[in-house]
Design a binder for this molecule. Structure first.
Ligand code: PAF
Length: 282
C-alpha cells in the first residue's frame, strides 16, 4: 500500500493506473476510521481495480467554534485498517499541501446546502464541496463512496457532480450502527459513558419516525413531534434540529408526498451527533 502526502504524488500514481485502463474507487474520509468507513472501503475494493482512501481533516468545512482542533486523529491505526482492507493508496496530506495560500476558487451548491445542517453550519457544505471536488480530481476517481449517515452531504455531492458534469459515479452506502442502534461516528469517542447511553435517543427517534411512516403517517408535524418528544425526554440531549425535507433536493416539506429525508442533529452534552432515515428506503 502506498502512502502519498502530496497531490502530485497521488496523481502520479493514479495516472499510471489510469494509463493501464484501471478503474479507481475513492473513499474520502477525515480519518479515525470505524466500521462505517470500513463498509465503504470494502465496497470500493469489491467494485474497483484500485482504491484510494483519503485521510484529511479538512479545515475549511469547520466553523470557528467547531471541533477542528480536537477532531480525533490516529493515522497509524487508519493506515493499518486500510492495508488490511486491501486499499492501494492512502492520501494523507496536510492543509498546506491541499490549499494554495492565495486560492481563489470555491464551490457552493445552493439550495441543497441551505436546510438542516446548512442552517447551523453555514460554511460547512461549501468546504465539503470544494475539498471533495479536489479529491476527485487528484484521484481521478471512477466512483466515489459516501455514507448515508451524512445524507445531506451525499445529496450535495450528487448535485455538484451532476451540475458540473463531473465524470464520477457517486455511490451512497447505508448507515452502519452499533448493536444498540447508535450510528457509528468518529465523534462518538467524545461521549462519556453516561452520554453514550443518552445518545441512544437519536436512533430511538429514527425508529419511531420510521414506524409512524410505515403505519401510513405522512404529516411532517405529527412525525417530527413524536420524534422530538422522545429526544426531549432525555435530560442530556438538546435538539439542534429534527426536520423533514424532500429527498434528494433537500427542500422543506410538510407532507411526505414523495421520497423524504427525516434528519436530526442533537447535542449530547457538548457533542453534536446526527442521524436520519430516508423514506421509502432507497
Ligand atoms: O464525511 C466526511 O468525513 C467529510 O465531510 C469528507 C467527505 C471526507 C470531506 O472532508
Amino acid at each position: 500500500m502506498i502512502i502519498a502526502t502530496t497531490p502530485a504524488e497521488a496523481t502520479a500514481q493514479v495516472s499510471a493506473w489510469k494509463k493501464e485502463g484501471l478503474s479507481v474507487g475513492l473513499v474520502p474520509t477525515m480519518g479515525y476510521l470505524h466500521e462505517g468507513h470500513l463498509s465503504l472501503i470494502t465496497r470500493a475494493v469489491a467494485e474497483n481495480d484500485r482504491v484510494v482512501v483519503s485521510v484529511f481533516v479538512n479545515p475549511t468545512q469547520f466553523g470557528p467554534n467547531e471541533d477542528f482542533e480536537s477532531y480525533p486523529r490516529d493515522f497509524a491505526a487508519d493506515s493499518a485498517l486500510c492495508e488490511s482492507a486491501g486499499v492501494h493508496l492512502v492520501f494523507h496530506p496536510q492543509p498546506e499541501d491541499m490549499y494554495f495560500a492565495d486560492a481563489s476558487t470555491t464551490i457552493t451548491a445552493a439550495g441543497v446546502s441551505e436546510q438542516l445542517c446548512g442552517k447551523s453550519r453555514p460554511i460547512h457544505f461549501g468546504g465539503v464541496c470544494t475539498v471533495v471536488n479536489k479529491l476527485m480530481n487528484i484521484s481521478q476517481a471512477t466512483r466515489a463512496y459516501f455514507g448515508q449517515k451524512d445524507a445531506q452531504q451525499l445529496a450535495v455531492i450528487r448535485r455538484m457532480v451532476r451540475d458540473l458534469n463531473m465524470n464520477v459515479e457517486v455511490v451512497g452506502c447505508p448507515i452502519i450502527r452499533e448493536a444498540d442502534g447508535l450510528a457509528k461516528s468518529s465523534r462518538n469517542t467524545y461521549l462519556s459513558a453516561e452520554e453514550r447511553q443518552a445518545a441512544l435517543c437519536l436512533s430511538r427517534a429514527v425508529r419511531e419516525g420510521q414506524r409512524l411512516m410505515e403505519e401510513g403517517q405522512r404529516d411532517a408535524s405529527a412525525i417530527l413531534g413524536a420524534m422530538r418528544a422522545l429526544i426531549e425526554a432525555e435530560p442530556l440531549a438538546r435538539i439542534d434540529y429534527v426536520d423533514m425535507v424532500t429527498w434528494d433536493s433537500i427542500q422543506p416539506c410538510e407532507r411526505a408526498e414523495g421520497p423524504v429525508l427525516v434528519a436530526m442533529a442533537v447535542y449530547i452534552g457538548k457533542t453534536r451527533l446526527i442521524d436520519n432515515f430516508i423514506f421509502p428506503k432507497p
